[in-house]
Design a protein around this ligand. Structure first.
Ligand code: 5GP
Length: 190
């Protein structure tokens, strides 16, 4: 999506460790009008798929998922980060390897809010190695819900997470796909 690519080129900063910093419009300050445009595009792509729940992950997915949900007229459920792996039977859980902070943590989602009648669109800001998206797909599977697909703002395609999830048969629609990113700040899109 041209609009997002142009914004990344204008305001994105390439940091060490293959991290793209987009704090001025996505991860700290949020450009709501931009996210509304991304949401309209996800809505167009998933039109007619009967999406009735949006699932995302704490914390940076929540803001964009809530804007997207207005276009799908459905609720948002966010998987919560949990320190304990022993949280009882009322939650679906899976583990995530944190891209930005390192280490592994559990995410939990209450069984109350997701079930076999749900048709889920997963929304997230970034797709890198795919650990966060894989955990959300696993949780939906455990709930018996149907994953209609994923709507990602920025996919770093060279890191392979998108390929891994697509191989699983899950549709992934990323609105900016980065083919390469170098320390001198050069960003190339697919
Ligand atoms: P993955 O699980 O696919 O390896 O990483 C996805 C998660 O890590 C996203 O939810 C996002 O929060 C974070 N992330 C991965 N790569 C980047 C990046 O380049 N920049 C920022 N700001 N976050 C990233």
């Amino acid at each position: 999506m041209k609009l997002l690519e142009e914004r990344i080129l204008k305001d994105g900063l390439v940091l060490a460790g293959d991290v793209l910093k987009v704090d001025s419009f996505l991860n700290h300050q949020i450009d709501v009008e931009l996210i509304a445009e991304l949401s309209k595009e996800w809505k167009r792509l998933y039109e007619g798929e009967g999406v009735n729940k949006i699932v995302t992950i704490e914390a940076s997915g929540i803001g964009i998922a809530c804007i997207a949900a207005q276009y799908f007229s459905c609720p948002v459920i966010f998987a919560k980060k949990s320190k304990s792996s022993n949280i009882g039977n009322d939650f679906y859980t899976d583990s995530v390897v944190s891209y930005t902070h390192g280490g592994t943590y559990q995410v939990v989602l209450s069984k109350k809010y997701l079930g076999k009648d749900d048709r889920v669109l997963i929304i997230d800001d970034f797709l890198a190695n795919g650990s966060a998206l894989r955990a959300l797909c696993n949780i939906c599977e455990k709930a018996g819900a149907t994953v209609v697909g994923a709507g990602i703002a920025i996919e770093k395609a060279y890191q392979g997470g998108g390929d891994m999830i697509r191989k699983r048969g899950i549709r992934v629609e990323s609105l900016a796909k980065i083919r390469s990113m170098s320390d001198d700040g050069t960003i190339v899109f697919d």
